[in-house]
Design a protein around this ligand. Structure first.
Ligand SMILES: Nc1ncnc2c1ncn2[C@@H]1O[C@H](COP(=O)(O)OP(=O)(O)OP(=O)(O)O)[C@@H](O)[C@H]1O
Length: 498
């Protein structure tokens, strides 16, 4: 029985197995990782460097050609195959179907961002579901796969567009974010974890303005959303999937009600019911707790309780509500230190940190790859004036090269860069946020060292000021010099003035 059943099944040739095997590996691999790049090159049959869009175009052309050949032979149907061949072909055929509609998914994402909370119609859904049915998927499998396609495209879109940059640390950051959404093995995610991500919390650590909020939004907008075939729409808009709160904005007395909501009359001033952000977060969405390092221990305890029990009650109510979203938290404060000082609870820290992502500073990015500045300027100019302008980019670049100069530390990171661009557009110059000493600090310091005119205090002050320009924060200078932050600040101010 088994043998006769197997005999009726089709088999891939050795060459097909090799080709589609490679395509299947590309389908599983992280699109921001080195392995995927290598596989794309092998599939496209190109050796050297090729710009990304052209590489993808050629890769997809080769895959389409191979799938087209199967179609002509009436073999592009999983029901004809079994065992390993079927598994491998499944990934390859779905990968092809996904890329065939990538541009339409991108259009849908832009449309949904513009439309907001009401889910948009998905005009190409019928065509994709019909294609997946022809490939041998059941109606249920096809719907889930279609929803999974949309999820992957959203993750790719928001990570690639929200967090640009050519430096290796930025590449690694994007790779990490993708894994944060889909785990390190997307096959596991698709089979077992797509609706079980609620306990995977994320902690984003990094200086102010580095893109922690942008990263959290990329993760939050990339949750799984089922497709409602009867309505021809996804069950909800991904814009509802991400709810954020800046915890440092609220006085202690209001935080609980912002987080959990309150009932009318729960306290003086509660004149109406209020839904907190836990209630506003949708089932597969994420809640972003920004500035988590600023919350008091009692609030940490309450949040910990929710994360453990997954239920909460609005202030003034006993009614339990369930929370099934993911939690993403971020801070630019030194959590290690806060934990040592007892200001941040260890149990809360561990509950928040299924994944800890260190977001690179702009300084690190520029040091790793000076081209990063141009890429960011192109984006910032486009965001500022609504379209790209090579002329403006070079004007801003020239201005920044003259002042504050290439050694500048960018303590406010990308947010400061955005501000610098605006200021240059208005006033033609940006001097930087740091105290800028007249003259060349490094030159003055070296001349004084050569001349043997400096005392120990003066030497330290000059050195601290120099490091501060380069590293951008008093904390970093304290780390390098072994001094405490306050002493560093005193020396920096003296060094800059001297
Ligand atoms: N790599 C990047 N590519 C494009 N834009 C970026 C990048 N990093 C940051 N930005 C932009 O910089 C600005 C500040 O980023 P964001 O608010 O995410 O920083 P943050 O780390 O959350 O800051 P804070 O700690 O002060 O809240 C935003 O406009 C964001 O879009």
């Amino acid at each position: 029985m088994y043998i006769s059943c197997m005999a009726r099944k089709d088999q891939l040739s050795a060459a097909e197995r090799e080709f589609f095997g490679r395509v299947a590996r590309a389908a599983f691999s992280n699109p921001f990782g080195a392995e995927r790049l290598q596989l794309d090159r092998e599939i496209a049959g190109v050796g050297g460097r090729l710009a990304q869009p052209e590489l993808i175009r050629r890769t997809m052309a080769r895959i389409r050609e191979a799938v087209g050949a199967l179609e002509e032979q009436g073999r592009a149907d999983l029901r004809r195959f079994s065992g390993d061949d079927r598994e491998l072909l499944r990934s390859a055929l779905l990968f092809e179907a996904f890329h065939r509609h990538a541009a339409e998914f991108d259009q849908l994402i832009r449309q949904q961002v513009a439309d907001g909370e009401e889910p948009c119609a998905v005009p190409f859904a019928k065509e994709v579901l019909a294609l997946l049915a022809r490939r041998g998927l059941s109606a249920e499998e096809a719907r889930r796969t279609f929803a999974f396609f949309f999820q992957m495209r959203r993750a790719f879109y928001f990570i690639a567009h929200g967090l640009v940059g050519t430096s290796p640390c930025m590449g690694e950051f994007r790779r990490h974010l993708w894994n944060n959404v889909f785990t390190h093995d997307i096959r596991w995610y698709e089979r077992h974890l797509w609706n079980r991500m609620e306990d995977f919390s994320t902690l984003l650590l990094g200086e102010t303005g580095t893109g922690k909020g942008a990263a959290a939004a990329a993760i939050g907008r990339s949750g799984f959303i089922p497709f409602d075939e009867a309505r021809g729409r996804f069950a909800e808009s991904f814009t509802r999937n991400f709810v954020s709160i800046n915890l440092s904005q609220y006085p202690e007395a209001l935080i609980e009600s912002e987080l959990f909501g309150h009932k009318k009359g729960a306290f003086t001033g509660a004149i109406d019911h209020h839904r907190g952000i836990f209630a506003r977060c949708s089932a597969h969405g994420a809640i972003f707790l920004d500035e988590i390092g600023d919350v008091s221990v009692p609030v940490q305890i309450k949040l910990l309780q929710i994360l453990q029990e997954r239920t909460f009650s609005p202030v003034g109510s006993h009614e339990k509500q369930r929370f099934s979203g993911r939690v993403i938290a971020a801070t630019n404060r030194p959590l290690e230190k806060l934990r040592e000082q007892g200001e941040f609870r260890d149990d809360f820290f561990y509950r928040l940190s299924s994944d800890v992502i260190a977001v690179p500073s702009l300084l690190q990015r520029l040091q790793e790859d000076p081209r990063e500045l141009e890429v960011l300027l192109e984006l910032v100019v486009e965001r500022t004036i609504g379209e790209g302008s090579a002329e403006l980019v070079s004007l801003v670049k020239e201005s920044l090269a003259a002042e504050p100069g290439p050694g500048y530390g960018w303590p406010g990171n990308v947010r400061e860069l955005e501000q610098a661009v605006r200021r240059i557009l208005l006033t033609r110059s940006y001097r930087g946020e740091l105290p800028v000493a007249p003259g060349d600090l490094r030159g003055r310091l070296l001349a004084a060292v050569d001349g043997g005119t400096l005392d120990a205090q003066g030497l330290l002050a000059g050195y601290c000021a120099l490091l501060y320009r380069r590293l951008g924060t008093y904390e970093q200078v304290a780390k390098v010099t072994g001094l405490d932050r306050r002493t560093v600040k005193k020396y920096v101010l003296a060094g800059d003035a001297g």
